[in-house]
Ligand binder design. Structure first.
Ligand SMILES: [Zn+2]
Length: 305
């Protein structure tokens, strides 16, 4: 997999002069497997050169593969994480609950980077109508439940695929890191929201304690992540897209023991033994709640009354 790479300025604030190298590239094309662009895979500890923007606190990769190569990589990425997706969707649904009574209605919801549509099920359960998802990879869509698969459009997010001001809610979980132009995505989402509509995202927090302790062994440093947010940079992103009443919140994730084991920064042999041990002890599927270094962010189109 050889992908031509292009340099870029900060994809949130556009600034280039005040960005400094945070980490040199560790990318090795020979180690790329079919899961490299899949969600919730085993971390590979490979990343492109990372720059830190002093203006907005965004950590971003540059140079990065051109958008055509990325689109191709995502379309063909493998998928094997339905259970983890369902756990994550439960966590996000719990976070959405307190926002629901601030919405005038539940007509029109879009989940960007919906994967197998696990969160679409949650939206339907909340009583949303006109629920849709977009997902660029074919494998998770094939794994979607029969009743949600028809709601998923296989494509990267493009605002022109939807009617302006037609949505009450746009969600985007663990996806803003992956897109080459996060500001374009946020502005597109803003344009699709009705007045009083809300955008709700979850991103990895590169300022989280876990990321600071693990350092470069943290699974968030990965070739799939073209940028990594902090409370300050994600706030900048939402503000630049036009959102008001922006809130960020550190979140706790509930996943099976098995998945946490997969994320730990251990050598592959040790990690595989740990996963085998967890399975043998039959504790692999027990749910465990920990701060995984995720950040929720919410912004309104026009300030709620
Ligand atoms: Zn910036």
């Amino acid at each position: 997999m050889s992908m031509p790479k292009v340099p870029r300025t900060c994809p949130v604030c556009g600034s280039g002069e005040r960005s400094q190298v945070f980490a040199e590239e560790t990318y090795d094309a020979s180690r790329i497997g079919q899961y490299a662009f899949a969600s919730r895979k085993l971390p590979e500890y490979m990343h492109y050169q990372l720059l830190l923007c002093a203006d907005c606190d965004l950590l971003y990769a540059s140079p990065v593969p051109d958008s055509g190569s990325l689109a191709e990589a995502y379309r063909d990425a493998a998928y094997d994480s339905s259970l983890e997706a369902a756990c994550a969707a439960r966590t996000y649904a719990r976070l959405l609950t307190p926002l629901l009574n601030r919405l005038p209605d539940r007509v029109g919801a879009l989940d960007i980077g919906t994967g197998d549509g696990a969160f679409l099920k949650e939206l339907l359960a909340f009583g949303f109508s006109e629920v849709r998802g977009v997902e660029p990879s074919s494998a998770p869509i094939a794994a979607a439940a029969d009743h949600v698969r028809p709601l998923i459009h296989q494509a990267p997010f493009r605002r022109d695929d939807f009617l302006p001001q037609s949505l009450r809610l746009v969600t985007c979980f663990q996806t803003l890191e992956h897109v080459p132009a996060p500001l374009e995505l946020a502005r597109g989402a803003f344009s699709l929201l009705k007045d009083g509509g809300v955008m709700f995202c979850v991103v990895h927090n590169c300022r989280a304690l876990s990321a600071r302790i693990l350092g470069r062994r943290s699974p968030i440093y990965d070739i799939e992540h073209l940028q990594l947010f902090s409370p300050r940079s994600v706030h900048s992103l939402f503000r630049a897209a036009g959102f008001q009443d922006i809130r960020t919140k550190i979140i706790l994730n509930r996943y099976p023991v098995k998945y946490w084991t997969k994320l730990f920064p251990l050598p592959a042999s040790v990690k595989n033994s740990a996963i085998a041990a967890a399975n043998a002890l039959r504790i692999g599927w027990l749910p465990l709640t920990l701060p995984a270094g995720n950040l929720a962010v919410v912004g309104f189109r026009t300030r709620p009354k």
